[in-house]
Ligand binder design. Structure first.
Ligand SMILES: NC(=O)c1ccc[n+]([C@@H]2O[C@H](COP(=O)([O-])OP(=O)(O)OC[C@H]3O[C@@H](n4cnc5c(N)ncnc54)[C@H](OP(=O)(O)O)[C@@H]3O)[C@@H](O)[C@H]2O)c1
Length: 412
């Protein structure tokens, strides 16, 4: 006999996000938590042992659950669980950006085939309701651009460097102590996390399923005090900005790059662990959303918002989804590049280049270059601790260099 669904929810994962969701559920008392699946049998828990299982199948095969929340840390294992739940026709809420971003075409197809549902607001900017805004409010309005600070760990580190002048290592250590950065911070500081988020955003804002491997991505790991000083001299801040926008011929440009931003940009004021997203819609114009992009309760709140929406029948419709693969734009961008030691300069095909801070142990350049050209040298530049940042197209290279040279003269 088929068991009729009740108001029970299953939770896979009881770490930062799982516990945040549990607290919200306890406050609301609208859903009964069935069992919570975790992995480590020896870990101390704040709930009695009877609340837990170590077998995910216990939840996946429990037909009395109306919703399954996938909040585990390992993206590969998460994908297996999400896949199985969708194939069983279940409603799943996930916070796993990597699993979603790298497998979105398959996950959409599974929902269509099995009549199941997957929501993942928490995977993109924690508590900021960006996906729901794009899906529901902007379903029928063309978007021109979505760009933002999508990774709280990097933003916290950049804020510390900018406002306190501490070293990158010290800022990272503080971020880890406060729980804003993982023990292995690579996904955050190398820009992968922001890349996953902007790819998910692109699906909902533009209907484009972006292959993460085709996107230009640089992170902040190579940044030094010299880069921060330069930004100060220019009256700017360096922020890790992920963006997806249409160019003049309506081709989509997607990138994740440290970016010089000035006070006329909302993102200049997004500090510490906060996230901020600028939306540019055809008729509504520009809007700005700011909030907590991570953390136990903010992310738990986003999962809870998906859970309650799903209970009312909400699902993503991907209103702008394009039926064929979209070629991303390969435009020319303006970049700043600093390398330690002139001999490491790769042979880049610049369209225009000006070097300014050349000394025995460093070289600084600004120039115009094709995105694809820079991507070809990405691994090399990251490997030699180079720092790459982009300048908005409206900034003149000469004006930038003039200010930078004044800076050199002042600090010499
Ligand atoms: N932390 C944030 O602020 C944040 C924000 C947005 C999105 N996210 C995403 O949310 C997800 C969870 O992140 P988190 O920070 O909560 O991670 P976390 O603190 O490391 O907790 C992960 C939880 O998953 C459990 N787990 C791991 N592998 C498992 C498996 N195979 N089967 C069952 N349980 C398993 C762990 O069990 P044990 O307790 O036994 O170790 C732990 O309870 C990740 O996808 C993350 O990217 C996190």
């Amino acid at each position: 006999m088929k068991i009729m669904p009740t108001n029970k929810i299953g939770i896979l994962g009881f770490g930062c996000v799982g516990q945040g969701l549990y607290d919200v559920l306890q406050d609301n008392q609208q859903l009964e938590v069935a069992r919570i699946c975790v992995r480590d049998k020896n870990k101390e828990r704040k709930l009695p042992a009877s609340a837990f299982t170590f077998d995910a199948q216990e939840l996946l095969q429990d037909e009395s659950l109306v919703i399954l929340t996938e909040l585990i840390s390992n993206p590969e294992e998460a994908l297996v669980l999400i896949r199985q739940a969708l194939e069983a026709g279940k409603t799943v809420v996930s916070a796993n950006k990597k699993a979603v971003a790298e497998n979105l075409p398959e996950l959409i197809a599974l929902q269509q085939k099995y009549g199941s549902r997957l929501l993942y607001e928490a995977a993109v900017c924690g508590s900021i309701p960006i996906l729901r805004t794009l899906e529901a409010y902007y379903a029928d309005e063309p978007m021109q651009e979505v760009s933002g600070i999508l990774n709280g760990s990097s933003n916290y580190i950049l804020t510390k460097l900018d406002t306190e002048g501490c070293s990158y290592e010290e800022a990272l250590r503080q971020a880890q102590e406060l729980g804003f950065a993982e023990a292995d911070p690579t996904l955050d500081v190398a820009g992968h996390d922001a890349l996953h988020k902007i790819c998910i955003i692109a699906a909902h804002a533009f209907g484009v399923l972006v292959d993460v491997k085709e996107v230009l991505r640089f992170g902040i790991a190579g940044i030094t005090a010299e880069d921060i000083d330069l930004a100060h001299k220019l009256g700017a801040r360096i922020k890790l900005v992920a963006s997806a926008k249409y160019n003049v011929v309506q081709q989509l440009e997607v990138q994740v790059l440290p970016t010089f931003v000035w006070p006329d940009n909302e993102l200049y004021y997004v500090q510490h662990e906060f996230n901020g997203v600028v939306l540019e819609a055809k008729y509504a114009g520009s809007q700005f959303l700011k909030g907590r992009g991570a953390g136990s309760h903010p992310t738990g709140s986003a999962v809870w918002a998906d859970v309650t929406a799903a209970l009312k029948g909400y699902k993503y419709t991907y209103p702008k989804l394009k039926p064929v693969k979209t070629q991303l734009a390969d435009d020319t961008i303006q970049i700043y590049l600093r390398l330690d030691g002139e001999k490491c300069i790769p042979n880049l095909r610049w369209q225009e280049v000006v070097s300014f801070g050349v000394s025995l142990n460093k070289v600084q350049l600004v120039g115009k270059i094709k995105r694809s050209e820079l991507m070809q040298h990405q691994a090399y530049l990251e490997g030699c601790d180079g720092f790459v940042a982009t300048l908005p197209s409206g900034v003149s290279l000469n004006a930038f260099v003039q200010k930078a040279i004044q800076h050199e003269q002042v600090t010499a």
